[in-house]
Design a protein around this ligand. Structure first.
Ligand SMILES: Cc1cc2nc3c(=O)[nH]c(=O)nc-3n(C[C@H](O)[C@H](O)[C@H](O)COP(=O)(O)OP(=O)(O)OC[C@H]3O[C@@H](n4cnc5c(N)ncnc54)[C@H](O)[C@@H]3O)c2cc1C
Ligand code: FES
Ligand code: FES
Length: 478
């Protein structure tokens, strides 16, 4: 049985946990304000908010309901566009009307839901952060200027109420209700979720062949297989969603989402650049669901997080329930989608070392669009650096081999040598010899090989001032 609150209604359903949330909302509940567009996480028309009670607060995230198994909202609050209605237009809806932020309206509910998610979860508003919330919402007819003006107007109007200096979300949401920005039932949700989470779950007859993290790969690839199965949803299990420090290592639970990594103070404390690199991963909606283990096990040669983790020298802990083993992430891939993993093993956590001394870490990704696009080729670089000498060099490359690739020879070439321009060019040449790209929709083999060369050079260009002595003249011709 899956139990959750849909807007202001308690829902109990015996549908298989793999059934798609979007279908439940539209077909079973007739709430057709949530639109069905691409069904692949690309358009955001199906966006809903999911609120989870955690540490005395309810935290809302915006997600693509087309990629969500209904079981993943068990014990949570799902808010559709209908659930945001008050007796009048809220400031976001009003601003969209006033600034011409909508034409055919197909995308509009997705935009409004994402932006209301931003307002509900952020006491201090920043225009750029609000824009980030709609990074997964596409509009095909209005153009984005009207939408951006509408965001300015809405944030401005709400700021005039001076409610964004409040101490906590509870007080803040009371004010949002007072000004009819959100409906009053929001204030009852905390108690309802507490009660819901105290109900003991019946034992489900689970199909062990289907393990879902966030579903952002599986529901694109295997939708038909999943909808009538009682899938295991690993991201429902709190114990797989922790990030903590132990000695000199950071442990990231396999069920942690990309958004959790972006907002982790521990990770930010040691690798502050990571959160900027992760902005290039999907959209806000995708990052709110996509898990680390899902990215690793999906084994796409262009997986962004996997690419970064290989350069960070990550290890993974695999658990079969009875036994655990640890192995280096770079050794996990045996061939195209062929993993060093038994069927009953799951990734419990990912371990990265905290950096010692000065280090350089960079990620480069080339895709046709900057945001919400997968890479043609990507590459990450990590090294410790002292007086122009590199050590612990680890370079990864994606999209140029059947697996997420660790560039073993290129990394070795740069180890403990004094850098000069010849060596950097030699590294780019060596990288090109280590790969085996194929021609596909993302480019020809030759193009991808040249791209990787440029990305290797781009790593050094980024670190130019830190690494390169004035006498070194770069001759970066391809
Ligand atoms: C619109 C869109 C944009 C995207 N953009 C990007 C992008 O920019 N960069 C990128 O790298 N990817 C991108 N992706 C791909 C996807 O979001 C990522 O690969 C994501 O990390 C997958 O995680 P998930 O939890 O959703 O995986 P799921 O789909 O839930 O699972 C994927 C695989 O991992 C397995 N699995 C999940 N958790 C575990 C575990 N703990 N142990 C063992 N096996 C497990 C599942 O059984 C399944 O085989 C995008 C996807 C979409 C739909
Ligand atoms: S329908 Fe397009 S993202 Fe869900
Ligand atoms: S208003 Fe038509 S797609 Fe956005």
């Amino acid at each position: 049985m899956t139990r959750f609150i849909l807007n202001n209604e308690l829902v109990e359903t015996g549908l298989p946990s793999g059934y798609v949330l979007l279908d439940f909302i539209r077909k079973n509940k007739g709430l057709t304000g949530t639109k069905e567009g691409c069904r692949e996480g690309d358009c955001g028309a199906c966006t809903v908010l999911v609120g989870e009670y955690h540490n005395t607060e309810i935290k809302y995230i915006n997600v693509n309901s087309c990629l969500m198994p209904i079981g993943s909202v068990n014990g949570k609050h799902v808010v559709t566009i209908e659930g945001l209605n008050t007796n009048k237009l809220n400031p976001v809806q009003e601003a969209f009307v006033y600034e011409g932020g909508t034409q055919c309206g197909f995308c509009t509910s997705g935009f409004i839901v994402s932006l209301m998610g931003y307002i509900i979860t952020n006491i201090n508003y920043k225009f750029e952060d609000a824009i980030e919330y709609i990074s997964g919402n596409i509009c095909r007819c209005t153009g984005y200027e009207g939408i951006k003006r509408a965001i300015w107007r809405a944030l401005n109007e709400i700021s005039k109420l001076k409610i964004n200096s409040l101490r906590n979300y509870e007080e803040y949401r009371i004010e949002l209700v007072k000004y009819e920005i959100i409906p009053d039932y929001f204030l009852t949700i905390k108690e309802k979720l507490k009660q819901l989470n105290s109900i003991k779950q019946e034992d489900l007859k689970i199909d062990r062949n289907y393990l879902v993290g966030g579903g952002t790969d599986l529901y694109v690839q295997k939708l038909e297989e999943l909808v009538d199965k009682n899938v295991i949803i690993i991201s429902n299990d709190e114990s797989y969603r922790e990030i903590f420090l132990s000695g000199k290592e950071i442990y990231i639970g396999g069920g942690c989402t990309v958004s959790m990594i972006e907002s982790s103070e521990i990770i930010d404390g040691y690798y502050p650049e990571l959160k900027d690199f992760l902005k290039l991963f999907g959209s806000k909606q995708i990052r709110n669901k996509a898990t680390v283990a899902g990215n690793i096990v999906n084994a796409s040669p262009i997986g962004d997080l996997t690419n970064m983790l290989i350069a960070l020298g990550a290890k993974i802990i695999l658990s079969s329930g009875r036994e655990k083993r640890t192995l280096s992430l770079k050794d996990f891939y045996k061939g195209y989608k062929n993993l060093d993993k038994a069927p009953d093993e799951l990734i419990e956590s990912i371990i990265i070392q905290i950096p010692e001394g000065k280090y350089l870490f960079n990620f480069e990704k080339v895709s046709r669009r900057i945001y919400l696009d997968i890479a043609s080729v990507n590459s990450s670089f990590f090294a410790n650096v002292e007086n122009g000498y590199l050590s612990n060099v680890r370079i990864s490359a994606g999209g140029v081999a059947p697996i997420p690739l660790y560039l073993k020879k290129t990394s070795k070439l740069l180890e403990n040598v004094h850098l000069n321009s010849e060596l950097i060019l030699e590294a780019a040449n060596t990288a090109q010899r280590e790969i085996s790209p194929i021609t596909d929709a993302r480019g020809s083999a030759e193009y991808k090989s040249l791209l990787l060369r440029q990305l290797i050079l781009a790593h050094f260009q980024k670190f130019y001032s830190e690494l390169v002595k004035p006498e070194i003249i770069f001759q970066w011709e391809v």
